[in-house]
Design a protein around this ligand. Sequence first.
Ligand code: NAD
Length: 250
Amino acid sequence: EITFNGKTGIVTGAASGIGKAIAADYASAGGTVIVADLKQDAADKAAAEIVAAGGKAFGFAGNVANADDAQRAVEFAVAQTGALHHFVNNAGIGGASAPVGAYPVDSWRSVIDVNLIGVFLGMRFAIPAIKAAGGGAIVNIASVMGAVGIANSSAYVAAKHGVVGLTKSAALEHAVDNIRVNSVGPGFIQTPLLDANSDDATRTFLGSQHALNRLGQPEEVAALTLFLLSDHASFITGSYHLVDGGYTAK
Ligand code: NAD
């Protein structure tokens, strides 16, 4: 059984989709979760749902691409609960859909800003706090696009490949601090992000691209993430873990 009693974790992008499922599961396992997202009302609403279900949660508003916000999130967690043990870099955006030769430059930069630099900033400020707590674990939500490409999503693919590499360096650097760092590569998961970027026919097609012939669910990504955060994964660090229904097995 996985338990996080007495532990504190921050989950970014936790007002929706995969992050929301991770935050709920972390609290169900006894941890106190900081539900971080762009807007205070959305973060507070998701935190309130966790509290209503008997968990411990606080909402926090911030932009993962902003260094001050990343630092404030960590300070908030420590001020509210006394320490930080776990961090899940989950917030992400899709960006424009276009080939490299026509990709809007501003969109390319903002995808890198949120999906890659945001992950660096989260770790930059979480690691000293986790070290001060005696150690812990970090999970960075990448994608199957951290291993393979897809047409018309070069910024997303580049950022997710970057997250896989960044995770390896951080794991090597901070093993000495008793901090494990891993990345997770979901296949296509049924979330508001996917719904906003596809119609029914596209979702059916995307499901068919997985060996299991369906989309994944946020809870299926949360299950792997919680395992990697927990002491059950005590010998696992620096690696990239797929939860992709066989998408990359082809
Ligand atoms: P989602 O859109 O449902 O939720 C993402 C959340 O992140 C939203 O609440 C949004 O407000 C927040 N967010 C966006 N930009 C932010 C920023 N700059 N600062 C703080 N919060 C921000 O998306 P999701 O599908 O749950 O995706 C979560 C993560 O999983 C992303 O990193 C995504 O790339 C990854 N992922 C998703 C899929 C999929 O098919 N849905 C597949 C593989 C990987």
